[in-house]
Design a binder for this molecule. Structure first.
Ligand SMILES: [Ca+2]
Length: 218
């Protein structure tokens, strides 16, 4: 935010653009200044001093998500070198809790945006599909802090979940059929509420990952 005389106008504009209240924007602005060291932009290095993230097994993925052009709505792939306050608000809006004043349509939209943000964390090469390799990568990182789980076990957890995803998304596969990965539409399917599937592939890592992410915003 710029000079004092225009600050309130800027806040008003940001309220309209982001849906945060002016109090929330001011609070997030303090957080932004703290992270950036009072500079107009934040770079990846600025996250080195966030104690909440120190022990987080997917720390690097969370930080990357802040600079991911897809999340910043600046392009289909790639990462930004630095983000300004408005970019920061765009990212923080994915962490906003679902509000009781929202109508059904807003709730669905909010949920979808959160899932899209999660999807981007898995789909690290931005090709629109979560492959087995990408899925393994996240699960291994998530479980890396647990001394009771060997890397091999993490891998088999990921492989099992992926097989289940394949059966939910593709149905019966031919023996020589290759599963290319989960698309965003597939990722949404088990969340629709109309599937009686007893186990849900994106539910396995989804909510826990989102909880992990929320640390970045507090
Ligand atoms: Ca991919």
């Amino acid at each position: 935010m710029g000079a004092a005389h225009s600050a309130s106008e800027e806040v008003r504009e940001l309220v309209g653009k982001t849906g945060f209240s002016s109090d929330q924007i001011e609070q997030l602005h303090r957080r932004f200044k703290q992270l950036s060291g009072d500079q107009p932009t934040i770079r990846k290095e600025n996250f080195n001093n966030v104690p909440d993230l120190d022990l987080n097994p997917i720390r690097s993925k969370i930080i990357r998500a802040f600079f991911d052009n897809r999340n910043l709505r600046k392009g289909p792939s790639g990462v930004a070198d630095e983000i300004n306050f408005e970019d920061f608000l765009t990212i923080m809006s994915y962490f906003r809790p679902i509000d009781i004043t929202m109508d059904e349509e807003q709730v669905q939209l909010c949920r979808k945006e959160k899932l899209r943000f999660l999807f981007h964390m898995y789909d690290s090469d931005s090709d629109g599909r979560i492959t087995l390799e990408e899925y393994r990568n996240v699960v291994e990182e998530l479980l890396s802090g647990n001394p009771h789980i060997e890397k091999e076990s993490a891998r088999s957890i990921a492989d099992g979940a992926m097989m289940e995803a394949a059966s939910v998304c593709v149905g019966q596969m031919e023996p020589d059929q290759v599963y290319e990965g989960i698309t965003f539409d597939d990722f949404l399917k088990p969340q629709a509420g109309d599937s009686p599937a007893p186990t849900r592939h994106s539910g396995i890592a989804g909510p826990s990952l989102l909880q992990t992410c929320s640390l970045a915003g507090n």
